[in-house]
Ligand binder design. Structure first.
Ligand code: IPE
Ligand code: IPE
Ligand code: MG
Length: 258
């Protein structure tokens, strides 16, 4: 909800960004909660509760490792299709987390933001989101973003609408990245360097469609509640081995690093 474009965040398609050994921005699809619970003969929702413990651990570790932006996909725009009881449980869990976790995040210097179409949530959740964002707005440590009722297509469409409203004299040929991207819901962050999806599926499921253009994609069979610090470190080790060419040749990359 709080929005501000940071002009120092270069678009990967307009220029070649700086690359560090630790991802500056990590985006995660936290998948596999339901299967984790089913394997244990527990109701699926038990997996969501357990998944919140993993969130706590990974947020802490990312802060310690110097990740600047961590974005977690918590609820997609298509997750409303799930059984009403499961959706209801997830809403309750989201509300409780907003009530119980924010003080700890604040103490750890974490700045929290929530992206997605929040108008579909209960008034109470919407208010808590605003309060949590305001409470942590001054923090300078990890930038934690929760994507809730988020869809990559929704994001692009709302950005196009906002861009046209902000630039009423724009011509069809006048639409540029520079005019559009400030209206994407994560305009305050650089594009993700590393994407992790747990749970074994190798798909994007309508997550950050625009922003993942040059992101390194890492898939693990671990179910989200089983994903831990060791698994995070393994993904970072894999990331360090990638040659991020951004369209250039390998020789050019080596030359640019000299
Ligand atoms: C991810 O775990 C959490 C949400 C989508 C809210 P799932 O609930 O999708 O778990 P699986 O994929 O069914 O195991
Ligand atoms: C993606 O997981 C969304 C979240 C983790 C919030 P899903 O479980 O909803 O994705 P699909 O349906 O398997 O693609
Ligand atoms: Mg799933």
């Amino acid at each position: 909800m709080v929005k501000k474009t940071n002009p120092s965040h270069i678009s990967t398609t307009l220029a070649v960004p700086d690359v560090a050994s630790i991802p500056k921005h990590l985006a995660i699809i936290m998948d596999g909660n339901g299967r984790w619970a089913t394997k244990r003969f527990l109701p699926r929702v038990a997996g969501h509760s357990q998944g919140l413990n993993t969130v706590r651990e990974i947020v802490k570790e990312c802060g310690d490792l110097g990740v600047e932006y961590l974005t977690l996909f918590a609820f997609s725009s298509e997750n409303w299709r799930r059984p009403a009881e499961e959706v209801g449980f997830l809403m309750k869990l989201f509300l409780t987390a907003l009530e119980k976790e924010v003080s700890r995040l604040d103490k750890n210097n974490v700045r929290l933001r929530v992206v997605g179409d929040l108008t579909k949530f209960d008034q109470q959740i919407q208010e808590r989101v605003v309060q949590a964002e305001e409470k942590t707005a001054h923090n300078t440590g990890l930038n934690l973003t929760i994507a809730a009722n988020y869809g990559g297509r929704w994001d692009m469409l709302q950005a196009v609408s906002a861009c046209l409203k902000a630039n009423p004299n724009i011509t069809p040929d006048g639409v540029t990245e520079a005019l559009l991207t400030p209206h994407l819901s994560m305009s305050y962050a650089p594009e993700p360097d590393l994407f992790i999806r747990t749970g074994g599926e190798q798909r994007i499921s309508n997550f950050l469609l625009w922003q993942l253009a040059y992101t390194e994609l890492y898939f693990t069979d671990l179910l989200w509640p089983d994903f831990d610090v060791k698994a995070l470190q393994a993904s970072f080790a894999w990331y360090r081995e990638r040659e991020r060419r951004f369209g250039r040749t390998s020789a050019q990359v080596i030359d640019a690093e000299k």
